[in-house]
Write a new protein. Structure first.
Length: 367
């Protein structure tokens, strides 16, 4: 008995032009993973490798070739998987510089180990007993487009909104925040903003003071990565709580993670399993954050429902009352139909029979 891994590219088409600090997105390619064993017919585990252009460590021109090499090595080793050797397989077969591959293979192995039902963590979420509170994400665009998104999210029961700032006209962004805050108090609507490192050192203090007028919950990554001394000062002096996001990418050693958080002492960190190397690495970040009394939440990174499902189930393993960043399932025309649904600002899982994998039944590549 030995495991076999296959992969295929899957092109996701956005429903609209999704503005980000790294440009406008209309398409995204993920590589789906399938793990099976010919001696256990009918049991298949699925995962997703979805590096983000311009952000992921493994946003590489030869990504598919490196993925194929990992799959070829995996298939040559006659592997069997049990809980105790899962970490060893991931560490020995997948190099650190391919974090999205580690996430995809880890998810597929966990799915296979649990019977290939897409339930990889048995918890209140997957049993349909409890939803996960999520924030409503406001994409960049014209002022009218962003205002329309805000109204739509409020109409659908979201009580936490997250808006990108720093890439468009700052006064326009402030007007949008002001329009929300003039109608809703912080007790009614929580506002988060994400700067994606957009603010220069010379302006960051002034802009944080301005944004503080809108009584924000937090700001993600106000300055570009690597400015540790400035980030440390901001973490203690900013009128808005700082949340580290991009700062965590590319750090896989436990002591490096600990040293970073110990030095900066941010109020929050944001965990994206696709960018950070999967659940084992996220567990380390969470353990360190809890030791240092740092808050955290988990965010998807434009995965299809295969990846989003795994991330949501992992999130539900923790008793974290903060709204999570898991509201990306409706972004695509051709997402893979799944039991994931959003209602009144919460993500729910409604039955394992709602998966429709017909769109990915062909096209698998064996390295």
């Amino acid at each position: 008995m030995s495991l076999n891994i296959e992969y295929q590219p899957y092109n996701l088409d956005f429903r609209f032009e999704a503005g980000t600090s790294r440009g406008v997105l209309t398409k995204k390619t993920s590589w789906l993973i399938k793990i099976s064993d010919e001696e256990q017919p009918g049991i298949e585990g699925y995962g997703e490798c979805g590096p983000l252009k311009g952000l992921s460590v493994d946003d590489l021109p030869d990504f598919e070739e490196q993925l194929a090499a990992v799959c070829k090595l995996f298939n040559s080793l006659d592997l069997e998987v049990f809980p105790f050797n899962l970490p060893i397989i991931l560490q020995q077969v997948i190099p650190d510089h391919l974090p999205s591959v580690r996430f995809g293979v880890e998810t597929a192995l966990l799915d296979f180990m649990n019977g290939g039902t897409r339930v990889i963590f048995n918890n209140a979420f997957t049993r349909g007993e409890k939803g996960i509170a999520i924030n409503g994400l406001i994409w960049m665009g014209s002022e009218d487009f962003m205002a329309h998104q805000i109204e739509d999210k409020l109409d659908h029961g979201f009580t936490t909104l997250k808006m990108k700032v720093g890439a468009l006209d700052f006064e326009q962004e402030c007007r949008l925040l002001s329009s929300i805050r003039s109608r809703y108090t912080p007790d009614q609507i929580t506002l988060r903003v994400d700067a994606n490192g957009a603010f220069d050192a010379s302006e960051v203090t002034e802009k944080l003071q301005r944004l503080a007028e809108f009584e924000l919950h937090s700001i993600e990554q106000p300055i570009r990565t690597g400015q540790y001394d400035l980030l440390t000062r901001l973490s203690t002096s900013s009128p808005i709580d700082i949340a580290l996001d991009e700062e965590l990418i590319g750090k896989f050693d436990y002591m490096e993670k600990f040293s970073l958080l110990k030095k900066i002492q941010p109020p929050f960190i944001i965990l994206k399993p696709t960018l950070l190397g999967g659940f084992q690495h996220c567990r380390e970040w969470i353990e360190i954050a809890q030791r240092l009394s740092i808050g955290w939440w988990i965010t998807s990174a434009l995965e299809s429902n295969i990846g989003l499902n795994a991330i949501a189930q992992f999130t539900a393993q923790y008793d974290n009352a903060l709204p999570q960043g898991l509201g990306t399932g409706s972004l695509y025309h051709n997402n893979i139909p799944s039991p994931l649904t959003v209602n009144q600002g919460h993500l729910h899982y409604i039955g394992t029979t709602n998966w429709d994998l017909s769109s990915i039944q062909s096209g698998w590549i064996t390295a």
